[in-house]
Ligand binder design. Structure first.
Ligand SMILES: [Zn+2]
Length: 438
């Protein structure tokens, strides 16, 4: 369903206010009345979330999530960064580091989730106990309808359920499927190859077999409703994928079959990644690429720069490369790449909690730089629906604020920015990752 047009009735045609060039250099805050109208209109819009890790509702219910389960997803990384020895399990372990972390985007998401859904913020051990008893009561079928659809107005989400070994068809009321082929780009030893043979039924005696196994895995995933490939190889290697001959890749394959390698041999990994892209091109699938900041409290950030992907965009012109997290902190690289290449989109998934101010700055620049049909404005990137709801609320507020600034600066009219909001919150993701079931 497309979001109905609502709003102020001000359209491009009725817009006659001259552009005030003095305002272009500074951010002009939207007047409260304008911001109020935009917030109301954007709040009503339906969202397609470009990226989530949400458990199936039945798994979530049997897992018996509590307050500290919510803390474990992302906020725990800030608590550890603040000095906590590990993810907290009690209020006493949580409180000192929470005082330091509650203003971050992750902290804000937790506050919104507990306050809006369970009635209060985690301000004391007693408050957390009350939140826990309300969470236990809500942990039943209907939770996803209530939080994802009724509260967050998320029509559906692209699901990366990486914890499932074999591809599984997700609940079509809420999800379409993304899967990775990274496994086939990360072989390090003969035992890895044996597991791939078991999972795909393809016998692998060289690079040709490895490619066939990847193809089989893709077929298995398509049978379960896959709409996009995804890669998180940036967590384990550089995003520069050189063009490598099959012969050179074969040499790496033989090496790893003889003895386990300390890390996946690079030439084989490069060659297999290019094969995944060739398959995506052949099947007309987009590829979601993790770029920029890494979850957790360790990692090689310079491996993740969006610009490292530059050699791929013209080589695979029919593949849309959806650059995740706007490549933050290398937002300018993503902005330039999305402006230049027809097949590159900028995706704000994770961004409104990762760096809320960074997300606003990125959107402000992108709106004046990149065509709006190439900006995907929201992906919750959470495992628990309460936090995806909170993230959606933060994204909508951030988007309204940036769009309000554009109107206040005289860059465009109020009716125009609402159209842009619909594109970046719904239409662009719906076009790239279609869900034929909702
Ligand atoms: Zn993710």
């Amino acid at each position: 369903m497309r979001t109905a047009r609502r709003g102020t009735g001000r359209t491009c045609r009725s817009y006659t206010r001259p552009v005030d060039r003095r305002n272009f250099l500074t951010v002009t805050a939207a007047a409260p009345a304008l911001l109020g109208r935009l917030n109301t209109a954007i709040d009503r819009m339906e969202i397609v979330s470009s990226h989530e890790h949400l458990l199936a509702e039945s798994e979530r219910i049997s897992d018996k999530a509590d307050f500290f389960t919510l803390v474990s997803h992302y906020l725990a990384n800030d608590l550890v960064s603040a000095g906590a020895p590990a993810a907290p399990k009690t209020y006493a372990e949580f409180a000192p580091w929470w005082r330091a972390s509650r203003l971050t985007g992750y902290g804000q998401a937790l506050r919104i989730a507990t306050k809006d859904i369970y009635g209060e913020e985690p301000s004391s051990a007693a408050a957390v106990a009350r939140i826990n008893s309300k969470m236990a009561a809500a942990n039943k079928p209907g939770l996803y309808q209530s939080v994802l659809k009724d509260r967050a107005r998320i029509r559906y989400s692209v699901l990366d359920d990486y914890w499932h070994g074999d591809p599984q068809r997700p609940d079509p009321r809420f999800f379409v499927l993304a899967r990775k082929m990274d496994w086939f780009c990360s072989a390090r030893q003969a035992a890895d190859i044996r597991k791939m043979e078991e999972a795909t039924g393809v016998s692998i005696s060289g690079v040709g077999g490895l490619k066939k196994a990847m193809e089989r895995r893709l077929e298995q995933s398509l049978e379960q409703g896959l709409v996009t490939l995804k890669t998180t190889l940036a967590y384990s290697r550089s995003l520069r994928f050189e063009v490598v001959s099959e012969q050179d890749a074969e040499a790496d394959f033989e090496q790893l079959m003889k003895a386990p390698q300390p890390r996946p041999p690079e030439r084989l990994s490069d060659h297999m990644f290019h094969h995944a892209l060739a398959l995506a091109q052949d099947k007309g699938l987009p590829v979601q690429v993790h770029t920029g900041y890494l979850a957790g409290n360790a990692g090689v950030l310079e491996n993740t720069r969006p610009m490292l992907l530059s050699n791929l965009f013209t080589r695979y012109p029919k593949v849309t490369f959806d650059l995740f997290h706007t490549g933050w902190p290398w937002v300018h690289e993503t902005t330039a790449l999305a402006k230049m290449h027809r097949n590159v989109t900028a995706d704000f998934c994770w961004m409104w909690v990762l760096s809320p101010a960074g997300a606003r700055a990125a959107l402000s620049e992108m709106l004046e730089t990149v065509p709006a049909n190439k900006i995907l404005g929201f992906g919750g990137d959470y495992r628990y629906v309460e936090l995806s709801y909170a993230h959606a609320k933060m994204a909508k507020a951030g988007i309204a604020r940036v769009l309000g600034e554009k109107v206040a600066a005289g860059w465009c009219a109020e009716g125009e920015v609402l159209e842009v909001a619909r594109m970046i919150l719904h239409d662009n993701a719906a076009r790239l990752f279609p869900n034929r079931k909702t």
